[in-house]
Design a protein around this ligand. Sequence first.
Ligand code: NAD
Ligand code: AHE
Ligand code: ZN
Ligand code: ZN
Length: 373
Amino acid sequence: MTQTIKSKAAIAWGPKQPLSIEEVDVMPPQAGEVRIRVIASGVCHTDAFTLSGEDPEGIFPTILGHEGGGIVESVGEGVTSLKVGDHVIPLYTPECGECKFCTSGKTNLCGKIRETQGKGLMPDGTTRFSLNGEPIYHYMGCSTFSEYTVLPEISLAKVNKEAPLEEVCLLGCGVTTGMGAVMNTAKVEEGATVAIFGMGGIGLSAVIGATMAKASRIIAIDINESKFELARQLGATDCINPKDYDKPIQEVIVELTDGGVDYSFECIGNVDVMRSALECCHKGWGESVVIGVAGAGQEISTRPFQLVTGRVWKGSAFGGVKGRSELPGIVERYMQGEFKLNDFITHTMGLEDINKAFDLMHEGKSIRTVIHY
Ligand code: NAD
Ligand code: AHE
Ligand code: ZN
Ligand code: ZN
C-alpha cells in the first residue's frame, strides 16, 4: 500500500517571486495515475513565462517544471501500461488515444484532461501536492521541479532505460518542440530555405530539425550574438542580428533570399517578431510557424494581403509530436546518434539553486539548465 511521501520541491508562491524550496507532501497515485521520482528536469522559458505572471492560466502556489525525466515509483489502481521502475518522460500534451483530437489523425493536442490540467488539477479535480495541509497546484500536468510528482498514466511516455534521463529530459519539451515544428508542422523539404527567430533551446532545436531536413539555407536570427556559435555548429548558414540593420528584419531577409524564405519559425514569444517571421516568407507559398508563447492580452497582426498572397500562418505545440506513441522513437533516434543533446546543457545544478537557472536564462547566458535531484 503506497503512502503519502515527503518531497523536496520548488514552490512558486506568486508571480515574480523567487521559488522557495520546501518539503511538500505528495499523495499516492489514485486510479489511473502514476507517481514518479524525478531524476532531472530542464528549465524552459515557459516556466519563466508563467512565473512572470503573464500566463493567463498561471495559478499559484504551484510547482513549475515540465521538461523532466523520471522513474516510476508507484502506480494507482487500473494502471496497465506502466510499472514500478519504468523510465518515463512526463507529457504536458498527453495522449489518451480515444478523444476526438487523438482519433482525428490531425493533431497531437489530446483533449481528455486539458480542462483540469489548465486549472492546475488532476483529472478528478484535486491536487496530489500539499504543504501544511494546504493544496499546491500542479503545472502543465507535470510539476517536475519536485523530487516526486504524480501524473495521469496518459501523460507519461515510457522510454528506453539505457537513455540518460539527465539528457533525454530535454525531449520532454524544448528539443522535441523545435525539431518537431520543422519536421511535423512545417514538413520542411530538402533544399528549402528557412529563417528561425530566437536561438534559445527551441530555436536551436529547430536549426537541428532544418539541418536534418537538408534545408539549403538556415538563417538564424537573434539579438544576442553569443548564441550564434552553437547555431553555426548545428547547421545555421547565416546568423543575423536585427540590431545591425536600420530597416525591418523581414525586408533584410526578403532581400537575402530572392523574395523570402520557404519556411520561418518564431521561437521567442514576441508578437512583433511573429509578424516579421510571417512577412519574411516568400509570396505564394511561404509558411510561418508560431512556437513562442505570448503573454495575456497580446495579439498578432499583419496586413491580410500577406495571407491573400499565399503566405500561411500556423502554430505548433510540442512539435506536433504524439507523446506516448512517438516520443519513445525519438529517444531511440537520439540513442542511435542522429542528434546530440549535451550541446544544449550549458549548466547543471541542484534544486536548491533553481533560482540561478532563471537568472541565467534572463541574462541570456544559458541554453538549458538541467536540475539534478
Ligand atoms: P530562450 O529564452 O532560451 O530563448 C529565446 C531566444 O530569443 C534568446 O536567445 C533571446 O536572445 C532571443 N530573443 C529575444 N528577443 C528577441 C528578438 N526581439 N529578436 C530576436 N531574438 C530575440 O527560450 P526557449 O526556452 O527557447 O523558448 C522560446 C519560446 O518558445 C518561449 O516563448 C517559450 O515559452 C516557447 N515554447 C513553446 C513551446 C510550444 O510547444 N509551442 C514549447 C517550448 C517553448
Ligand atoms: N497557458 C498559456 C499557453 C501556454 C502554451 O501555449 N503552452 C504550449 C506549450 S509551451 C511549452 O513550453 C502548449 O502546448 N500549448 C497547448 C496547450 O494546450 O496548452 C495561455 O496562453 O493560456
Ligand atoms: Zn517548455
Ligand atoms: Zn486524447
